[in-house]
Design a protein around this ligand. Structure first.
Ligand code: SAM
Length: 299
């Protein structure tokens, strides 16, 4: 397969390289932001599960009003990015490597906020998929709940929480749990997210801590001994969350292929903006280069 093949099949991948975003996911946040005015009055934001960093790049470019160097700028903007994996530096973004489901990481994020509150917390986290749908959906939901758990400590009253979810059979339960903490919860599918993918984003606005609920870093939903019985929820306790599509509907369709010479502009191949740093497959690539990787035997 030629190196331009992916450019042909994935218009958002190609545009990301042309426009300097580290990943095509940048367009998902941009399209969500356009629909829900996510960046209005936001100066502090936390990006959970941020690597390779395109959402943090978007936050950095949209929250700052001046073009001055973000490292030295006196603007009151704070962006914190967290991921399991190491991330190349983004000017003006505080980076933290850690697992968001761990209490130690949650504590570090709270510490980095130095008593200030964020108006926006986003989480584009995706665990390694196993292919077992129930298991994948469960782990994804746990990641969202871990992000919510951190948010209860750092999100301003009235703040917004955006997270990636899988639209599986238990999505209504997850939405109901989130809805307890927010005035409005909505499921959104940006145009840059493939229709064929179960991925969608919950956009929860108007954060408010439920009465008598104290934020704690203990998350009963992550505890296998939890006594919560989801099956016992009544119909009234389940809600129907609106599901909307966002992004310019006459714009590019992420499920289509486009010619390389778009709008009669000559095509030029571009390298990815930020190649992975310390990827988990690096060791295997080194062995392969040194011809030390054994080929699997024919059965
Ligand atoms: N929004 C990112 C961007 O625009 O560049 C892309 C995020 S990528 C789809 C999903 C990320 O979730 C991966 O970098 C992965 O390391 C991270 N992740 C998965 N589980 C995590 C966890 N428990 N704690 C922190 N990060 C996690």
């Amino acid at each position: 397969m030629g190196r331009s093949s992916k450019d042909k099949r994935d218009i958002y991948y190609r545009h990301a390289k042309e426009e300097g975003w580290r990943a095509r996911s940048a367009y998902k946040l941009l399209q969500l932001a356009e629909m829900f005015k996510l960046f209005e009055d936001v100066s502090k934001a936390v990006d959970l599960c941020a690597a390779p960093g395109s959402w943090s790049q978007v936050l950095s470019s949209k929250l700052r009003t001046s073009d001055s160097d973000p490292e030295t700028s006196s603007e009151n903007v704070k962006i914190i990015s967290v991921d399991l994996q190491s991330m190349a530096h983004i000017p003006g973004v505080i980076q933290l490597q850690g697992d968001i489901t761990k209490e130690s990481t949650a504590k570090k994020v709270i510490e980095l906020m130095s008593g200030e509150k964020a108006e926006l917390v986003v989480c584009d986290g995706a665990p390694d998929v196993t292919g077992l749908h129930d298991m994948d959906e469960y782990i994804q939901a746990q990641l969202v709940l871990a992000a919510l758990n951190i948010s209860t400590h750092i999100l301003k009253d009235g703040g917004t929480f955006v997270a990636k979810v899988f639209r599986g059979k238990d999505i209504d339960i997850l939405c109901k749990q989130l809805d307890l903490y927010f005035k409005k919860t909505c499921l959104a599918k940006p145009r840059s997210s493939r229709t064929s993918s179960l991925e969608a984003f919950v956009v929860c606005r108007g954060f408010r801590m439920p009465t008598n609920c104290k934020p704690t870093l203990f998350n009963p939903l992550l505890n296998p001994d939890s006594v919560l019985d989801f099956a016992s929820l009544t119909e009234e306790e389940r809600i129907i969350v609106p599901y909307v599509s966002c992004g310019d509907l006459s714009g590019f369709d992420s499920d289509c292929s486009y010619p390389l010479n778009l709008d009669d502009k000559p095509y030029e191949y571009r390298k990815p903006v930020q190649p992975p740093i310390n990827p988990p497959y690096e060791h295997a690539v080194k062995l392969k280069r040194a011809n030390m990787l054994m080929e699997p035997e024919n059965p």
